[in-house]
Design a protein. Structure first.
Length: 139
């Protein structure tokens, strides 16, 4: 599969308050303008998980102003890569898209001690994704 000049990546989880927000923030931070990044949830929460926002702030990324967004068919259609995180069959499927499912613990209801290892695993997966997309991560 060829990679577009500026690939579009969509991260999807149930509430769009934890995992997908962290993944989108890391990809935006590391990929910059070389990649288009979106996140959404099949049943979005009202706000980003405070422990998730705190864990991201520890690594210099502020997501406190982000708001969970509802997953739309258009978001999936206009993405080159769709990465799901525990939303099961809620994500629409379109032929020709690249789908990945990242099995990650859900940070919902967890304290920052439990969120940190999830954050770190997401960062490593995002760095690997950038390598696959042939985009050099920002320092």
């Amino acid at each position: 599969m060829s990679t577009p000049a500026r690939p579009s990546v969509l991260f999807v989880c149930v509430h769009n308050a934890g995992r997908s927000q962290m993944a989108a923030a890391f990809l935006t931070h590391l990929g910059g303008a070389r990649v288009q990044v979106r996140s959404a949830g099949s049943a979005p929460a009202n706000a980003v998980n405070p422990a998730v926002a705190e864990a991201m702030k520890e690594v210099g990324i502020d997501i406190s102003a982000e708001t969970p967004k509802v997953l739309t068919t258009e978001a999936v259609q206009t993405s080159d890569v769709v990465i799901t995180m525990g939303c099961g069959d809620a994500c629409p499927y379109f032929p020709g898209k690249r789908y990945l499912d990242w099995q990650l613990a859900d940070p919902a209801g967890q304290g920052i001690e439990a969120v940190r290892p999830i954050r770190d695993e997401i960062e490593q997966r995002v760095r690997h994704l950038l390598t696959e997309l042939r985009i050099e991560p920002a320092a």
